[in-house]
Design a protein around this ligand. Structure first.
Ligand code: PAF
Length: 285
């Protein structure tokens, strides 16, 4: 059956109810569109987990701050729908803003994940993770999937969503999917489209820097402050305006204690018009 494209919750629920009656499990991949190989990998992994796969495309205004790129965010619905159809997605949900936020967005109920929402990317993007948690919670209520896939590229987002689901008892299994990269190491991101040719050439420095930091940790260095500082210097040399580079616990993003073994190094920075993020996990023996 060809992929169905629906814009309303009523149509979505009718189709989901049919599938549930037939005993099908449902996997869900929420996106903001402008799909790249990273998103397609999320879909492929989700499809292995359930009989039915639903994707959504919604550029969520609530997760963009003042002066951020909500208006200019690339919107490529026809091309996205074509790609999703080709890889066998069963249903694409692409609601209008009014379907998700029927009343004044400023007074809309929000889902806050305290602590996790204000560190790292949350420090420079106040309200961002409340916007993400709110829309993901709403989409989960609308789609009611068994499992949902999120990219590990936005590692903090993945941890925020896992915490939200645990805290609110939402019966959706959260699956993290490894970051997809270009040949030179740059993580796929819709925001890579903002890079000009020179910036694109410099951009792989982000992943390179994370790999150097990871190598230092693996070889036994424990002075994470110095590793973070050197990483920021490297990023500056490559033309970035770095925001942070931080070694954290990969379980809950807490600052690491001596003896921590499951680590993640996260970094964010601006390169021209693009704000790029990346991370690398390090598991010590
Ligand atoms: O990662 C994204 O594309 C978005 O933050 C998400 C999870 C679709 C929520 O709008």
């Amino acid at each position: 059956m060809p992929m169905q494209v629906v814009e309303t919750t009523t149509e979505l629920r009718t189709r989901v109810a049919d599938w549930r009656r037939s005993g099908d499990r449902i996997a869900f991949v929420p996106t903001m569109g402008n799909l790249h190989s990273g998103h397609l990998q999320l879909v492929s992994r989700a499809q292995l987990q359930a009989e039915r796969c639903i994707a959504s495309i919604f550029v969520n205004p609530l997760q963009f701050g003042q002066g951020e790129d909500f208006d200019g965010y690339p919107r490529t619905l026809d091309e996205d729908a074509k790609q999703l159809r080709e890889i066998g997605v069963d249903l694409l949900f692409c609601p209008a803003v009014a379907a998700i936020y029927p009343s004044d967005m400023a007074v809309h109920t929000r889902v806050e994940v305290p602590g996790l929402s204000t560190i790292l990317c949350g420090g420079s993007r106040p309200g961002h993770f409340a916007g993400v948690a709110t829309v993901v919670c709403k989409l989960f209520n609308m789609v009611q999937p068994d499992i949902a896939a999120f990219g590990e590229k936005d590692f903090q987002q993945l941890i925020v969503i896992r915490r939200m689901v645990d805290d609110l008892g939402i019966p959706v299994e959260i699956m993290g999917v490894e970051t997809q990269r270009e040949g030179d190491g740059l993580a796929f991101s819709s925001r890579n489209a903002y890079l000009d040719a020179d910036e694109r050439r410099r951009a792989p420095a982000l992943y390179r820097t994370l790999r150097v930091a990871a190598q230092r940790i693996r070889s036994g260095e424990t002075d994470f402050d110095s590793i973070e500082k050197d990483a920021l210097d490297e990023l500056r040399k490559a033309g970035f305006e770095p925001e942070y580079c931080s070694v954290r616990s990969s379980v809950d993003l807490s600052t690491t204690r001596p003896g921590s073994k499951d680590l993640v190094i996260l970094a964010a920075g601006r390169l021209g018009r693009a704000r790029l993020i990346d991370n690398l996990r390090v598991t010590l023996p």
